[in-house]
Design a protein around this ligand. Structure first.
Ligand SMILES: N[C@@H](CCC[C@H](N)C(=O)O)C(=O)O
Length: 286
């Protein structure tokens, strides 16, 4: 890289991202570069990178360009590619507003998980229509420090395993991915959520994210948790005909998730831009 690379830093409930505006898709992002940018000691630091590219300029999003001008090319902190990021897409829309590409209101964003419609509210909160969850039958058993739990398989565009625990402390340090079996259920890896009850339609969670270790929030994870909890509570909207709204506490704040009888899931929470600057090309190339 010869010229300085512009970046911003943003977060949604403390799920934090390095934002790289690159409308024409001119920046090469091999995994090592992403990992370097996300390094919390030697780099900028983040749970992932939001590579902001015009859909028309990206081979994976060209076909969506008529519906969404912008594509969220999401990368995990280890450089791996993910299909979707629920907090990321809210921060992505906040960036588009910050940069003057859109005004408050409805913003379609192309992702590898399809088009997501994001609503930027005047009060500062950001709501995204996440689409429908898929609940494959096959689940796994997750084990931490000698305790095991069955985990519900919920796909939000990306894969999740949701385990209900008595105490979030039982999830342990989450420094490493908790072992689960059978491993074959998730050939592409998985995000693992641990959930504890806090009150009626109110839960708290911790998460080990694929490609990023423990994070302080995960939007797709919170949606997976709300969906699994509604099934556990006998509140599946497709069965009751009533929307199910859950408050999900994460380490970095609170997200509110509503699943509608047609299966559509909406998630609301904060999304902020905290800084902007340029990356030293010599550092990045080193
Ligand atoms: N933090 C995100 C999810 C990011 C992708 C995930 N780690 C994966 O690999 O699927 C969110 O807010 O949804």
């Amino acid at each position: 890289m010869t010229s300085p690379l512009a970046f911003l830093k943003g977060h949604g409930t403390e799920n934090d991202f390095v934002i790289l505006p690159d409308p024409e898709n001119a920046v090469d992002l091999p995994p090592a570069v992403v990992a370097r940018l996300c390094d919390r000691r030697a780099g900028i630091g983040g749970d992932g990178v939001l590579h902001v590219v015009r859909s028309a300029a990206h081979p994976e999003a060209k076909h969506l360009a008529d519906e969404a001008e912008w594509f969220m090319d999401y990368r995990n902190a280890d450089g791996s590619v993910a299909e979707m990021c629920g907090n990321g897409v809210r921060v992505f829309a906040r960036y588009l507003q910050h940069a003057g590409h859109v005004t408050a209101g409805e913003v379609p964003v192309a992702t590898r998980g399809g088009i997501k419609h994001v609503h930027l509210d005047k009060n500062g909160s950001v709501t995204v229509r996440m689409g429908k969850a898929v609940l494959p039958e096959a689940g796994v058993t997750v084990t931490v420090d000698g305790r095991s739990w069955p985990a519900r398989n919920v796909n939000m565009g990306n894969p999740h395993a949701v385990a209900f625990v008595e105490s979030l402390d039982h999830a342990g340090s989450l420094d490493a991915e908790p072992p689960y079996e059978p491993a074959a259920v998730y050939p592409e890896g998985v995000n693992i959520e641990f959930v504890a009850d806090r009150g009626p339609r109110h839960v708290a969670m911790r998460v080990h994210e694929r490609g990023a270790a423990e994070t302080r929030s995960c939007g797709t994870g919170a949606c997976a948790v709300a969906v699994a909890t509604a099934r556990r509570d006998g509140a599946d909207p497709a069965v009751t005909g009533m929307p199910a709204t859950y408050t999900v506490d994460v380490l970095g704040g609170t997200l509110v998730i509503t699943e509608h009888p047609d299966g559509e899931i909406e998630m609301t929470g904060p999304a902020v831009i905290v800084a902007e600057g340029t990356v030293e090309p010599t550092w990045l190339d080193a």
